[in-house]
Design a binder for this molecule. Structure first.
Ligand code: SF4
Length: 360
């Protein structure tokens, strides 16, 4: 099996207790949709995101009220907190003071040099990184003038422009994103950026759409980028509950074997040979394994005709037979189980294997 060779030569940047870049795994991010000043709602949503597998969370900080909420949010969550600020350096200072683990702000948009310096010095003092977020839809006027419209070269030039501002102040804890809602443009921009930017890259296809369309679009774009070994963190941006963003991100990383702590479901497409209610079983098993934190492959097959052979790479699986199921582990049938209990039996085997992983 050929594996994605992950780009490992980026600088490593600490975000809370995580290290992003270098040899580290791609980190899943999401963003809350609650009003940040509503601390209870925001903390609750972050709890749901964590349960789904989110590793870093970003909150919007559009005003003073939101910035004031940062210390309390930070106190009540378990994953690193990124605070997203546009332009206003005072909000950035407040967020940093309040315990943000990273801020997302474009230094070129902050204004006069003394303001930029104030933000950079505060970030330096707290040892937190800054994410530069280039967006094809809001490139600087001078870049648009030069290229005529948003291009990959223009996006990379914009990123380099912001990077230079930070580097000139001896600040190097930088993460960069180059988002576009046009998939081909985003792919090209990230490919070009990976060649000239030594900092970790945060991936995203912006404004990708609703749950269904956005999942397809994000997976097409980010899949192409990840397949080239590019990307250190990612967010799937959906017009949906952010928990869905995390689920899609995990699934995408699993497709490239880039998530070492997630179980994968292999389920047959079904055909006329089907012997069990495979679709509902597959959904139930998928739900169950979403909280398993071990790289286990679980197969659910509609019949035993091709049986375990169809899912040879699965660790554990079940194949439907008339009125019963064949439970198999690493390609070998271990026992027959009645149809009514086969899902429970499968879950037991999954738990057993997860425990074995935990003990390793
Ligand atoms: Fe059809 Fe059986 Fe293959 Fe599923 S496992 S696709 S039911 S032959």
């Amino acid at each position: 099996m050929s594996e994605v060779i992950h780009r490992q030569d980026t600088r490593q940047v600490r975000v809370g207790d995580l290290t992003i870049g270098g040899k580290n795994e791609v980190v899943i991010q999401s963003m809350t949709t609650t009003k940040t000043h509503d601390v209870d709602a925001t903390v609750n949503q972050i709890g749901d995101l964590v349960q789904a597998g989110c590793q870093v969370v970003r909150v919007a900080c559009p005003d003073e009220k939101a910035a004031d909420a940062i210390p309390e949010i930070k106190k009540r969550i378990t994953i690193p907190l990124v605070v997203d600020i546009h332009f206003d350096y005072r909000l950035a200072l407040k967020a940093i003071e309040g315990g943000a683990d990273k801020i997302r702000i474009n230094p070129g948009n902050i204004g006069k040099r003394d303001k930029v310096e104030a933000v950079v010095n505060a970030a330096k003092e707290k040892g937190i990184p800054i994410r530069i977020g280039v967006n094809a839809g809001s490139l600087e006027k001078h870049i648009l003038k030069k290229y005529g419209y948003p291009t990959a070269d223009g996006m990379v030039e914009s990123a380099l422009h912001h990077i230079k501002i930070l580097e000139d102040l001896n600040f190097y804890d930088i993460i960069v994103s180059l988002k576009a809602s046009d998939v081909s443009l985003a792919i090209e921009a990230y490919e070009k950026a990976a060649k000239v930017i030594p900092y970790p890259l945060h991936l995203g296809i912006t404004e990708s759409g609703t749950l269904f369309a956005g999942t397809v679009k994000s997976s097409a774009g980010l899949g192409a980028i990840l397949s080239k070994g590019i990307g250190n963190t990612l967010r799937i941006s959906l017009s949906a509950d952010p928990v869905e963003e995390v689920k899609v991100a995990r699934e995408l990383l699993k497709s490239f074997s880039l998530a070492s702590n997630a179980a994968t479901l292999i389920s047959c497409p079904t055909c006329g040979r089907i012997e069990i209610d495979l679709i509902s079983i597959a959904n139930e098993v998928e739900d169950y394994i979403s909280e398993i934190r071990a790289p286990i492959k679980v197969a659910v097959l509609g019949c035993a005709v091709n049986g375990p052979g169809e899912a040879r790479e699965a660790d554990i699986g079940i194949a439907g037979a008339r009125g019963e199921g064949l439970l198999f582990r690493h390609g070998e049938i271990i026992r027959k189980v009645p149809e009514e209990t086969m899902v429970e039996e499968l879950k037991k085997e999954v738990d057993k294997l997860a425990k074995e992983y935990a003990q390793e």
